[in-house]
Write a protein that binds this ligand. Structure first.
Ligand code: ARG
Ligand code: GLU
Length: 722
């Protein structure tokens, strides 16, 4: 009797707990807000309606949001197609326009007139015109018992047909993506513009202030923004770059608010988050934070330590390795935060509790569901236990290949030889020229001594971490020849391999094709690379792929099981997949550790506190110091202070960079660019207590454009709300 009452009660309490604490978790589909989220959003303070956010009959917020180049988000902020994104999203374009005389990264760039706006071949932005649920049509040929491959080809056939028949204008495109692990499919009608011009950017000392040291860190003081403009043909439709093109007249653009935010204010972020894994079973979270994370972080700890040592001593090496260092460090720091955050918030315990609730509910569910889903969760967890050693080896291997640059060169040599084999030796001469040319940029930023030292450390970690049976016999033989000492091995490789310089590589491929192929197992560098690759292919890739196929299948079933079993008790949002999403939360600080509290706002005073004259991360431009000294903030300051960044509990991830932060009225108040380090585990296990996204205050953006750069014409284009 007691039991009968206690169990449902326990479940109810658990779910209630989940609903309350998870109030700001979720990356929601814009077209489903009215049914799922509108009430809660209004309860949190939102003043507009779901149909102001997504509407296919009139301009709505979604019409002001674009995917920027497929890797970031941007938003339209004027009636003339002006768009705002992050400095780190525009970085490559800015870099391409830079030269020694005109270094826009160092000095910034501001187009004083429209004619000075700079085209960026290859850069594009994509609008979402409409989103349709096509699940039924997509899955109509799927039968129980199909293999993963059969299932996929049955679906692909239908998707092709659905796209062919989709209603769209001639200049629009269609795209279909799976959601909820492949349980649902949505069609996107899109409009892509390829004439996107650079309008303005602050110098890196503002746009990248704090650089790698401050990356993922709160309190933050970075003005991480840049501006572009979308150009269209005279008819307003997408058109290739042309001087005759005109600024796009958008369906909707965001009004900009000068009002700022207060604690607990409602905020909303629209954008294109890349990838999350929120519905993993507990074993997968364990795998991530206990096995894969430590392996990858360990490899990068060592690689970064070596690079840092050289970069501090040698200016030339610093230039060669700065971008590579930043790239490697970005994910490295995120993973470290992720492992820490899962631990600190007892993420694995929570997953296990959730699974207990799921099991309880399944037990009391109707017999049909019970049969359909019985054993799914157990099998899934079991598969994650089985994949563990293989997946860890895969990550050791991929980190080695990624961080030891000799492997990059070796892989490219191998592909070149493969191409000759496929196209015929008659092509050897031409392909060789192309290959050598394509390797020039690589060697421009390559230092064999640095790479040697990285390889010593990483080969040692690899040898310790990867079980013998996975690494393979050829690799074991090579190690034995060097007394299983990674330094001895690296010394041999870097002393003699043709891969260590462009001259040696040229001499190496100067030989006839057959001689080169024969040499591949003799040159100590290419031999090591081929041996390790063979070990990986023979012993790891197949089991990993087979297990992963199994996992994908079970994960899809488990996803549907959760949705069926908890129907009406829990809302589900699909994992991020680079499609348009809406996330909402509240402005709030957090407590990262015992006795430490972080406030939610930073000010220009904090920039000056961090200022280190001449430092490559923390220098401050003279003009900004002057504005600070004179408190010359114009209409953008508050009470004699200049706001810089703020945080809120919006659930974001990579790809949300450049996303607009909107207030309760749908007005632009900030620009998303990062998350706090302690909360990066939100990709696998969101926790509202410490997960925060970081935004530049829009008033800081306007202050830099107007007062710092004097590019007032841009502010004049905007619709300001005071
Ligand atoms: N952490 C942010 C992101 O994941 C910003 C990265 C660029 N900034 C940097 N300092 N590396 O993309
Ligand atoms: N900086 C990330 C990006 O480039 C956004 C931060 C995050 O991962 O949340 O998309």
């Amino acid at each position: 009797m007691l039991q009968r009452i206690v169990k449902p009660l326990m479940i109810a309490v658990l779910l209630l707990f989940a609903q309350l604490t998870y109030a700001t978790e979720g990356m929601w589909l814009p077209q489903l807000l009215s049914g799922l989220n509108e009430k809660e959003m209004k309860g949190m303070g939102m003043k507009i309606t779901a149909s102001d956010i997504y509407n296919i009959n009139k301009g709505s917020l979604k019409d002001a949001i674009v995917s920027f180049g497929g890797f970031c988000t941007a938003e339209v902020i004027s009636s003339q197609g002006l768009i705002l994104t992050n400095h780190h999203c525009g970085y490559e374009s800015i870099q391409k326009h830079s030269s020694l005389q005109n270094n826009f990264l160092e000095k910034g760039f501001w187009a004083k007139t429209a004619t000075e706006e700079l085209p960026n071949p290859g850069l594009f932005v994509t609008f979402i015109v409409r989103i349709d649920d096509v699940t039924k049509a997509a899955l109509q040929d799927v039968k129980p018992g199909m293999s993963e491959r059969e299932r996929q080809s049955a679906i692909d056939k239908r998707l092709h047909e659905i796209r062919q028949n989709a209603r769209r204008e001639s200049w629009q495109e269609t795209m279909i993506k799976p959601f909820y692990e492949g349980n649902q499919y949505f069609l996107f009608v899109t409009e892509t513009f390829n004439d996107v011009r650079l309008v303005g950017t602050p110098p890196s000392a503002i746009g990248k202030f704090g650089s790698d040291t401050d990356n993922w860190v709160w309190p933050r003081h970075t003005g991480d923004f840049s501006m572009f403009r979308i150009y269209a043909g005279k008819d307003g439709r997408p058109a290739p770059y042309s001087l005759d093109n005109v600024p796009l007249s958008p369906k909707y653009f965001l009004p900009v608010s000068l009002k700022g935010v207060k604690q607990n204010d409602f905020t909303m972020v629209l954008g294109f988050p890349g990838r999350t894994n929120e519905y993993l079973p507990s074993e997968a979270v364990k795998l991530t934070v206990e096995a894969l994370g430590p392996a990858k972080v360990g490899m990068r700890d060592a690689a970064l330590e070596v690079l840092d040592g050289y970069m501090r001593k040698d200016e030339q090496i610093k230039i060669q390795y700065a971008a590579k260092y930043a790239n490697t460090a970005n994910a490295w720091k995120k993973w470290k935060g992720e492992m820490l955050g899962v631990k600190q918030t007892h993420g694995i315990d929570k997953k296990e509790q959730y699974e207990a609730t799921y099991r309880e509910l399944l037990n009391t569910a109707n017999p049909e569901l019970k049969v359909q889903y019985s054993g799914v969760l157990d099998s899934l967890n079991e598969m994650y236990r089985r994949i563990r050693p293989y997946a860890q080896t895969r990550d050791y291997y991929s980190e080695l290949v990624r961080n030891v640059e000799l492997f990059t060169a070796g892989d490219r040599l191998i592909s070149f030889l493969g191409e000759v084999r496929d196209k015929g030796e008659g092509q050897y001469e031409t392909l060789r020229q192309q290959f050598l040319e394509s390797m020039q940029p690589f060697y421009k930023n390559y230092n064999a001594q640095v790479d040697h030292d990285v390889s010593v450390r990483l080969l040692e970690i690899y040898a310790k971490g990867v079980p013998k049976q996975y690494a393979g016999a050829e690799y074991a033989q090579i190690c034995a020849e060097s007394n299983n000492d990674s330094r001895t091995l690296a010394d041999k490789v870097y002393a003699a391999s043709a891969l260590t310089s462009p001259e040696k590589l040229k001499a190496f491929v100067q030989q006839p094709y057959n001689a080169v192929v024969a040499q591949m197992w003799k040159d100590p560098g290419t031999r090591l690379i081929m041996a390790m690759r063979k070990g990986f292919v023979d012993n790891v890739s197949k089991p990993v792929n087979d297990l992963q196929n199994n996992i994908n299948n079970l994960q899809r079933t488990y996803m549907q099981a959760q949705m069926d079993v908890m129907a009406g008790k829990k809302r589900f949002y699909p994992d991020a997949n680079s499609t348009l999403r809406v996330t909402y939360g509240k402005v709030d600080g957090y407590n990262p550790r015992d006795a430490v509290h972080y406030d939610f706002y930073t000010y220009l005073d904090g920039v000056m506190e961090k200022y280190v004259p001449g430092d490559y991360e923390f220098d401050v431009p003279a003009k900004l110091i002057e504005l600070y000294k004179n408190k010359d903030y114009g209409r953008y300051g508050v009470n004699g202070k200049m706001p810089v960044c703020f945080i809120a509990s919006n659930h974001t991830t990579g790809g949300n960079s450049g996303s607009p932060a909107l207030d309760a009225n749908g007005h632009l108040i900030g620009l998303n660019f990062d998350r706090t380090w302690e909360g990066t585990m939100s990709d696998i296990n969101y926790d509202p207590s410490i997960c925060r996204n970081i935004m530049v205050d829009i008033r800081y953006v306007l202050f830099i454009v107007d007062k710092y750069a004097g590019c007032t014409r841009l502010v004049d284009e905007m619709k300001l709300v005071k």
